[in-house]
Design a protein around this ligand. Structure first.
Ligand code: DAK
Length: 255
């Protein structure tokens, strides 16, 4: 059985995690399959947005504890266990996480590797690794802290408690909440809107916003300005501005 089910709706690609018996726990073969399926689509100019989702019960209940349990330090180090998640974050097509149910440990971290998180009312986020004698390892101590601040991040990481969708919305982790039966449709609708824009400008927008978390203000502003300048090399900039002046919808070509 496939760990990842891919569906395509025009310019939107939906990747559904599919290990229902293990609540979509993330193991190496799931990660390999996710990358194998999304990487070729990332370079496809006709693909404008990825939606990553799970089931109603679980987005993902974390890294697969059964796969990790017996590993030694040397195994982890030599395999660079889970280092390949870097390749997921490096996908340049905008990624939206549509989260219902459990997003725990690596599942919460996977949602934060996406560019936007939408949640259903049933979503539950946690970094429960402390209960297993470890700490978050694929971004929980870093991305969560940058997104919701040190005090709240440590409240979650040191207790391992679950945070519901409303709290996640207030904390700034989640962008919007939808009823659970509408979550995927509403997310896909937004993904279509995003995918209708110029892909170079989408990539540039994500890269520039990501810099805000990494650079000082001066360097970030300079990066933003230079990328803004660079977009004047695209046909889409000419088309977007011309279409505005001519009071019509732009027809972007992705270049
Ligand atoms: N791994 C493996 N199996 C899991 C799992 C997980 N994370 N979560 C659930 N399952 C499996 C259960 O073992 C059970 O399998 P069977 O017993 O039926 O074979 C099945 O899914 C259904 O789970 P439950 O029977 O427990 O269902 P409940 O409704 O009672 O409870 C639950 C649902 C989500 C509250 C509970 O399953 C739970 O607490 N799950 C574990 C949550 C957790 O601790 N997640 C964090 C995992 S640690 C690394 C970077 C990062 C990481 C690792 C390495 N490196 C860079 C090296 C990340 C670490 C983590 O994410």
């Amino acid at each position: 059985m496939s760990n990842i089910i891919i569906e395509r709706e025009g310019a939107v690609v939906i990747a559904r995690l599919n290990r229902p018996k293990a609540l979509n726990a993330l193991n190496t073969s799931l990660l390999d399959e996710l990358l194998e399926k999304l990487q070729p689509l990332d370079n496809d100019p006709t693909v404008g947005c990825f939606v990553i989702t799970g089931s109603e019960r679980a987005f993902a209940a974390g890294a697969d504890i059964k796969e990790m349990e017996q590993k030694s330090y040397l195994d982890m180090f030599q395999e660079d266990f889970f280092g390949a998640w870097e390749a997921f974050t490096a996908l340049r097509t905008p990624k939206i996480a549509a989260v219902s149910g459990y997003a725990l440990g690596g599942g919460c971290e996977l949602s934060m590797m996406c560019d936007i998180i939408y949640a259903s009312e049933s979503a539950k986020f946690a970094q429960p690794e402390i209960k297993l004698g470890v700490i978050p390892g694929i971004g929980g101590t870093q991305r969560l802290t940058k997104l919701i601040g040190k005090v709240k991040a440590l409240d979650l990481i040191l207790t391992g408690r679950m945070m519901n969708a409303q709290e996640a919305l207030q904390a700034g982790l989640v962008a919007r909440i939808f009823p659970k039966e509408e979550l995927l449709d509403r997310t896909i609708e937004i993904a279509h809107q995003i995918a209708s824009y110029s892909k170079p400008s989408l990539i540039a927008a994500v890269e520039a916003v990501d810099r805000a978390l990494e650079l000082g203000l001066r360097e970030g502003l300079l990066f933003e300005r230079r990328v803004f300048h660079a977009l004047f090399a695209t046909k889409d900039q000419k088309e977007g501005m011309k279409a505005f002046i001519e009071k019509r919808q732009p027809a972007f070509v992705g270049g």
